[in-house]
Design a protein around this ligand. Structure first.
Ligand code: SF4
Ligand code: SF4
Length: 284
């Protein structure tokens, strides 16, 4: 399997939604880089050896004018691939502009359905339009958080997503401390949605990979909107795994994988890209 080095970049904190179950507190859901900082990020990406996938999230990337105005045109000039996590609230013209700028570099669009802010019909209409603009190799996945109290409706939502020809990806609800403790009744509904032993491609259950060798920090890292780099989300949450600041020019990646020390792995990228020992197919 080809190496699939990936950076998860929080391009901005601001978001145009305010979901009740958002794991990012309002205090952190704000801010964005200046034009000079964006240029600093782009210079850092340009300096990376080889080809990386730059997977962007926020907040909501499209809610920041600099995303489409400066970041995306800059990335279009670089030899890296691009993915984005979006709530799909951007107008169709903005999504079209994004595809036009980076279409041949696009790996995945992860579109999160937040029913507190948009109807399933309105969301799917836009998602189907967006799908029609993408190359067959580009994945478009509909993420859906398994929010307690909504689980009985979600089966119909999944059917609607699949009937529209799109891939449905359920995610267990996370809290600051880990994953949400569903009641036993809700847990069986969750299992109905995810299957009992889903792979990391089929659902995000935020499992534990404690003790396994992990290439996070070597071939994968997360980058916040201020340029701070961390080996993975969980390490960042525990105030560990700091790799330096890319805008200050002192980011140093690890040379070797380390054993995971955490009881939760909420990011699917290392698991889905074969970066965790014994999970998926290890690239070489
Ligand atoms: S769209 Fe995402 S980042 Fe924005 S409030 Fe909802 S969960 Fe949070
Ligand atoms: S397995 Fe997951 S939580 Fe553990 S170090 Fe790797 S990315 Fe982080």
């Amino acid at each position: 399997m080809e190496r699939s080095r990936t950076i998860e970049w929080q391009t901005n904190g601001i978001c145009n939604y305010d979901c009740s179950y958002c794991i990012q507190s309002k205090k952190y859901r704000q801010g964005h880089p200046s034009d000079e900082e964006i240029d600093g990020f782009l210079a850092f990406f340009a300096s990376l050896p080889g080809s990386w996938e730059i997977k962007m999230s926020g907040g909501e990337p499209f809610a920041f004018p600099g995303f489409l105005g400066r970041i995306v045109p800059g990335l279009a000039q670089l030899p890296h691939r691009v993915s984005v996590l979006t709530n799909l609230s951007a107008p169709a013209w903005a999504l079209r502009r994004f595809v036009d700028l980076v279409g041949d570099k696009l790996v995945i669009i992860s579109a999160s359905l937040h029913r507190e802010f948009i109807s399933v019909e309105g969301f799917l209409e836009k998602a189907v339009l967006l799908r029609s603009w993408l190359r067959p190799e580009t994945a478009l996945v509909v993420n859906s958080v398994l929010v307690p109290g909504t689980l009985t409706d979600l089966q119909a939502v999944r059917e609607a997503v699949q009937a529209a020809g799109l891939r449905y990806f359920p995610q267990v609800m996370k809290t600051k401390a880990g994953t949400y403790a569903y009641t036993s009744e809700d847990q069986s509904r969750v299992t109905t949605m995810t299957g009992s032993q889903p792979t990391s491609h089929e659902a995000n259950l935020a499992p534990s990979y404690r003790g396994r060798l992990c290439w996070a920090g070597v071939d994968y890292f997360v980058l916040d909107q201020r340029g701070n780099a961390f080996s993975c989300r969980t390490a960042k949450r525990f105030g560990e795994g700091y790799l330096g600041n890319v805008l200050a020019g002192d980011c140093q990646l690890h040379l070797q994988p380390e054993r995971c020390r955490y009881d939760i792995c909420p990011c699917t990228v290392p698991a889905n890209r074969g970066m965790i020992e014994g999970i998926g197919v290890r690239y070489g």
